[in-house]
Design a protein around this ligand. Structure first.
Ligand SMILES: Nc1ncnc2c1ncn2[C@@H]1O[C@H](COP(=O)(O)OP(=O)(O)O)[C@@H](O)[C@H]1O
Ligand SMILES: [Mg+2]
Length: 196
């Protein structure tokens, strides 16, 4: 079921023309940096977009200019864990890593404890409005969110076409707290409360 949705949404996401993806990503960036939660966060975990994900370089550059610290995920395929590395210069520090995802070159690995995060930006293939997520199928973010020893708010970034009615969530799936699309902010916690 998840696999079918994955393929369908990835296909649709690929069809968004490049210029439109840039425009949507900028709308998402503007909406994100306007949030009080974002403004108040100092240590921000941000993925570096690959394939056709919502672009995050504007967010990363904005954070660095504002003196916020940017922590990027580094995947460990053996354990399917994410480690954090502080990113200081996206032009210099990155090269294609596991799965082709941009990751820091070994000399630019700067380990960072996940307990010190203030905010986590989460990529996805698809989300529902409760914040449940379909990723690429390896469960990296589920494991990462599950392993936090402290509550850290999470914001999913997605194009509107990636929001689907219902993600067939499994017990290991961890929802995000908010989702920002080019059209709106979704408060997933509120939607979860309404259903209790
Ligand atoms: N916290 C966790 N501990 C152990 N296994 C997990 C955990 N979270 C997810 N998994 C496993 O990872 C695999 C992929 O998860 P899935 O949710 O399908 O992928 P994705 O979230 O990338 O779409 C599943 O077999 C799932 O049981
Ligand atoms: Mg999952």
């Amino acid at each position: 079921m998840k696999q079918r949705i994955r393929e369908e949404i990835l296909g649709m996401r690929r069809e968004i023309p490049h210029s439109q993806r840039k425009e949507y990503s900028l709308s998402i960036f503007q909406r994100l940096i306007g949030l009080d939660l974002f403004k108040a966060s100092h240590n921000i975990m941000a993925y570096v977009a690959f394939r056709n994900e919502v672009e995050t370089l504007p967010v990363i550059r904005h954070c660095l200019l504002e003196g916020k610290r940017v922590l990027i995920p580094v995947s460990v395929p053996k354990t399917r864990e994410l480690l954090l590395s502080e990113l200081k210069d996206p032009e210099r520090d990155l090269r294609p890593g596991t799965y082709g995802v941009p990751e820091p070159a070994p000399e630019f690995m700067r380990p960072f404890p996940k307990e010190d995060l203030d905010l986590i930006l989460v990529p996805a293939v698809a989300y529902d409005e409760k914040g449940f997520r379909i990723g690429y199928g390896a469960g990296y973010y589920d494991r990462f969110l599950d392993g936090l020893t402290r509550v850290v708010p999470s914001i999913g970034l997605a194009f509107e076409l990636q929001i689907i009615d219902r993600v067939p969530a499994e017990p290991t799936d961890r929802p995000v707290d908010y989702i920002v699309t080019e059209n709106r902010l979704i408060d997933c916690r509120q939607r979860n409360m309404q259903c209790v």
